[in-house]
Design a protein around this ligand. Sequence first.
Ligand code: FAD
Length: 431
Amino acid sequence: STQEKTPQICVVGSGPAGFYTAQHLLKQHPQAHVDIYEKQPVPFGLVRFGVAPDHPEVKNVINTFTQTAHSGRCAFWGNVEVGRDVTVPELREAYHAVVLSYGAEDHRALEIPGEELPGVCSARAFVGWYNGLPENRELEPDLSCDTAVILGQGNVALDVARILLTPPEHLERTDITKAALGVLRQSQVKTVWLVGRRGPLQVAFTIKVPRPRKRLTELLLRTATEKPGPEEAARRASASRAWGLRFFRSPQQVLPSPDGRRAAGVRLAVTRLEGVGEATRAVPTGDMEDLPCGLVLSSVGYKSRPVDPSVPFDSKLGVIPNVEGRVMDVPGLYCSGWVKRGPTGVIATTMTDSFLTGQMLLQDLKAGLLPSGPRPGYAAIQALLSSRGVRPVSFSDWEKLDAEEVARGQGTGKPREKLVDPQEMLRLLGH
Ligand code: FAD
């Protein structure tokens, strides 16, 4: 049948999940055509807007994604927000199959009093700000205080702590935005606490070694208990900045300053663990502790949003209900990445799960479970977008923006100076 010969498939979102799904489909099906829709004018999702600027090696996956985008059977359409500019039913009409891989764009709220006070911000927004995410470019966090508290102890919390504590001159040759570097240069923050409800055995951050949990625990224990050698002791005594982990503490309230105008601390309930194994829970002991600080960063997780009323969504788990990437009760609709599994796991985890979704889609195609007959693909969507005044950004457009960013970074020794204003990007492209 036609669909088996030249299946028209579209992917929503151009982060690792979108690109790895596309890569699998193109590689495993010699005729498949894949269009990737992305709401930002630029590709790569959290690889561009999440991964810390001082971890450039992690961003090498962009080379693989670029290869995929260069395939004659793949197209990238940025500046198209699915759910707003085009609906999922319209995509399903135009394609044989649709894969939703739009990630997790919200942050999980703390749901405690005082959360709305100035001086409290989500780690997600803070990360977006230093990485040039358009919607966060004007965040300008106030770093005039000497203590910051990060609520959460995952990888994102560690990234944020590192960026707050790294001497700005060490960030000068990264792709951190000029504006963020300016604010960090003026920072008065000397101490950063990372607060977690549970203990050292439950922390969520990962390290790059085999048997990580055992290694991580050993590392934590050694650092906490061993007396440092003379050199290390001298180094620590002369350090101008410090950080620490505070375990078994659950945030109850953000404390206001005397005039009530901004955050001045966090009230923490002391907890202890109950239960064993997976069922371990932190329960309050009844003791409280107040931790003074001028900046509170909540880092208790990202969260997916529903994209379109026609797509099932589990708002409790924050995922699209699916079985191995097949969206429940909607034939021809698939999902991959954080919107499929929830917002945990590194790029490699996202790769494995996206390949699996690709595999399920191709199985269904082979079994004749996808619509038969030809589908118009992008031709139909292009007509819709143009009638709605939406101007998509192609991959070669992105390559022009990329070249512009690289050129702006030259001279200052940065790999690039990111463009942060979508209007400016579109202007540069003559849109
Ligand atoms: P995303 O990367 O978020 O991609 C989703 C894409 O969909 C985005 O481009 C978004 O703009 C787009 N989109 C959203 N809504 C729509 C819509 N309606 N229409 C069209 N497009 C839409 N992993 C590592 O391995 N190493 C690291 O160092 C590392 N650091 C990280 C740091 C941070 C702060 C975070 C949050 C994560 C980090 N990760 C890291 C994890 C890694 O980023 C994720 O595993 C991976 O990005 C998830 O891929 P995804 O494609 O599901 O989501």
